[in-house]
Design a protein around this ligand. Structure first.
Ligand code: PBG
Length: 327
């Protein structure tokens, strides 16, 4: 970009800020509903819409209620929904994640039946399904990489069988994109794309999600698989590896605290890039607004516009339906 050639008083930046019409004319960053993905939580039961205390406006939904929200997502023209499951029972290996009758598989079938054109994304991870709350299986006190990758591949195949449009692994095991790609291809699902949570940090901002999904680790934390917040070059390496392994879309998470990495990834890789405005980012705005500390609508737009301006093509956010309503 060349610097403005003229100086004050020839150049007056305020000229283009004077009226709403002028400001609209020079608006650089735009958001379309098709770029927004709405995260939804599905649980067993019927007629269930159980509010999540730490995420105002978000609820655990039974499949019948989820279908209603899916219909709303379709009528708002959202890019899609991403599903997280709350299983009936948890165990050491997260069996419900890859059970044909698992809650997410049931939900995918019901949504694809009711709203076939809506893009349905399956989050692929074990943490909601394991009794210890980690994203893989435990061996010798740590999450065992390769056996976890095997189960993640199985989970992706079961979701694909149920009719999912796109799978999104969020576990941060090494080689999971390659493992999932191989499993999908062997299962006859070479057409199902992978959106990997490629650069996913061990973030405090996932706190409210863990209440929503009941996935708080029962011992330790996720630092042996999720990335350290301090490491940006490593994030680029993670993204490169996922692309090399066959990821079709890569994601940075959390979004707001990683705007620099969204920008770097967009400039460096040029492939479709997602960013997840996570539960804590949403909850902070909600909580501050509830206490009258800031204007919720303006804070929502500012936070999401910043993510888009940084370079995200796709934004996962709990604000998705409210944003789309205003567009
Ligand atoms: C599962 C998963 C998490 C989130 C998305 N997928 C939680 C975690 O890794 O602890 C967080 C989403 C959010 O906070 O909104 N691995």
């Amino acid at each position: 970009m060349s610097p403005p050639s003229a100086q004050f008083p020839i150049r007056r930046m305020r000229r283009l800020r004077r009226t709403a019409a002028l400001r609209r004319l020079v608006q650089e960053t735009h958001i379309a509903p098709t770029q927004l993905i709405w995260p939804l939580f599905v649980a067993h039961g019927e007629g269930l819409r159980r509010p999540v205390a730490s995420l105002p406006g978000v609820a655990q939904l039974s499949v019948d209620q989820l279908v209603k929200d899916a219909e709303r997502a379709a009528s708002l023209g959202l890019g899609g929904i991403i599903l997280f499951g709350i299983p009936a029972t948890k165990d050491g290996t997260g069996s419900e994640a890859y059970d044909d009758q698992g809650i997410v598989q049931q939900a995918i079938r019901a949504v694809k039946r009711a709203v076939p054109d809506l893009l349905v994304i399956g989050d692929v991870c074990l943490c909601e399904y394991t009794d210890h709350g980690h994203c893989g299986v435990i061996r010798d006190g740590d999450v065992d990489n390769d056996s976890s990758v095997y189960l993640l591949g199985k989970t992706a195949v079961m979701q694909a069988r149920a009719g999912v449009d796109l799978v999104a692994p969020s576990d941060m095991m090494d080689g999971r994109v390659a493992g999932i790609r191989k499993a999908l291809d062997a299962g006859g699902f070479s057409h199902v794309p992978i959106m990997s949570y490629a650069a996913k940090f061990a973030s405090a901002f996932y706190g409210p999600f863990r209440e929503a999904a009941g996935s708080t680790p029962q011992f330790g934390d996720r630092q042996s698989y999720q990335m350290a917040v301090s490491n940006g070059d490593e994030a680029m390496k993670e993204i490169q590896l996922d692309l090399d392994e066959g990821a079709d879309i890569v994601m940075v998470k959390p979004a707001g605290p990683c705007l620099d990495l969204i920008r770097r990834a967009k400039e460096r890789f040029g492939s479709p890039l997602g960013a997840y405005q996570v539960s804590g980012e949403y909850a902070m705005i909600k909580a501050a607004a509830e206490r009258g500390m800031l204007d919720e609508t303006r804070a929502m737009w500012e936070s999401v516009t910043a993510i888009r301006r940084a370079g995200a093509d796709i934004i996962l956010t709990y604000f998705a339906p409210v944003l789309a309503e205003e567009l």
